[in-house]
Write a protein that binds this ligand. Structure first.
Ligand code: FAD
Length: 351
């Protein structure tokens, strides 16, 4: 991957986001990326364009416009009915080569983690995976004597070294600057009904080759667990809860509050709760209005997934537990006493 010269770099303009859809329903990350893309585009004095790839998907354009997309490029082809790496990568790489965006954002979902790196390799640029923060700024951030400081670069921040540090990465010499972004981290904009986007239909042509896998059957996991990323109130338990059975205390609290139970990785590793309920770096990133951290120590990898919650209440018997550093309210004591008392008090209050 050679560096582009200034003339080539200057050809790339605008912020593009991949509008992921599954079964012709837009995924939440698509709106989050449009919102974040718009914020970045405003800083660059440009526009946000959603790239919608699928079969019979033009009905989704207005929804993207309502959440802030200025333009929507639609790649519509029967070959794109279900996600497959090859035709989707061809679609997105072709859009990049044709329209030359300076920034291309993709969700760090199962689909995006496959698509993003494939496309970045194909268009010969870099990609920063799993970003939790994006900004426009100078790079290097602090001037280094003898090194040119470039302006208006995409500064991509992500946890590194197992979450023990945070790295800010830029892609100053190639375009587009590509990142995958964790779901649940960026904020979507308020929906504006009736908003319209400019629509560009583009089809690069799809010729099946031996990389077009044939889908024989799609079997979907059936789960009655509600996504913790949608919850407004989360009652999260850690190793301190002690056992799967003892989670009943947290479920009772969640019930009276109309919330949901989630957990730390220690709980998943112990087999007390399924992985879908895990909050943190290798679990889900959540931002509920209210987050209870009960018997959770507050390891950096856990905090990375919940620190954006509006209000954090920690219950822990160790007054020095790091969770108290991020908590808005803290109760030091035994959860086996405090949680039932809290549940009863709230019940009484609501009665
Ligand atoms: P502990 O750290 O064991 O804490 C238990 C807490 O409960 C203690 O603070 C203790 O004081 C308290 N306690 C005990 N008994 C009581 C009681 N009766 N009443 C009140 N308090 C009590 N972790 C995640 O959560 N999510 C992730 O996504 C994640 N990803 C990781 C990725 C990597 C690469 C690595 C290396 C680690 C990751 N971890 C993750 C693990 C993380 O480092 C911690 O080990 C984990 O979060 C600890 O879980 P915990 O807080 O439940 O348990």
């Amino acid at each position: 991957m050679g560096a582009m010269n200034a003339e080539e770099l200057a050809k790339y303009k605008g912020v593009f986001v991949f509008a992921q859809q599954v079964d012709n329903v837009l995924s939440g990350i698509s709106f989050e990326l449009v919102g974040e893309g718009k914020r970045l585009a405003e800083k660059l004095g440009t526009e946000v364009t959603a790239v919608l790839v699928g079969s019979d998907v033009s009905g989704l354009v207005d929804e993207l416009a309502a959440y802030g997309a200025d333009k929507v490029i639609v790649v519509d082809d029967p070959e794109l009915k279900n996600y497959r790496t090859e035709p989707y990568a061809h679609a997105l790489a072709s859009v990049i080569n044709e329209f030359k965006p300076e920034i291309m954002l993709v969700g760090a979902t199962a689909i995006g983690r496959d698509l993003g790196p494939t496309v970045s390799a194909r268009v010969q640029t870099g990609l920063t995976a799993d970003c939790t923060l994006l900004e426009i700024g100078d790079f290097p951030v602090n001037p280094i004597p003898g090194k040119e400081q470039k302006h208006n670069q995409l500064l991509m921040t992500r946890p590194a070294f197992g979450g023990n540090t945070i790295a800010t990465i830029a892609c100053p010499d190639n375009r587009p600057q590509m990142a995958t972004v964790r779901p649940g981290v960026m904020q979507k904009l308020d929906k504006v009904e009736g908003a319209k986007a400019e629509v560009i239909n583009y089809n690069p042509g799809f010729t099946p080759n031996n990389r077009y896998v044939e889908i024989l059957e799609i079997s979907k996991a059936v789960s009655d667990i509600k996504d913790i990323m949608d919850a407004k109130i989360l009652v999260s338990g850690g190793r301190g809860v002690g056992s799967a059975e003892n989670f009943k205390l947290l479920e009772d609290l969640a019930d009276v509050l109309g919330g949901q139970v989630s957990c730390s990785r220690a709980v998943v590793d112990s087999g007390w709760k399924p992985k879908e309920l895990q909050v943190g770096q290798t679990g889900k990133t959540v931002r509920p209005q209210l987050y209870f951290a009960i018997g959770i120590s507050g390891a950096i990898q856990h905090v990375a997934g919940m620190e954006e919650s509006d209000i954090i209440i920690a219950i822990n018997k160790d007054p020095d537990a790091p969770i108290f550093d991020v908590a808005d309210y803290g109760v030091v004591g035994d959860l086996n006493k405090i949680v039932p008392a809290l549940t009863e008090a709230i019940k009484a209050e609501l009665a």
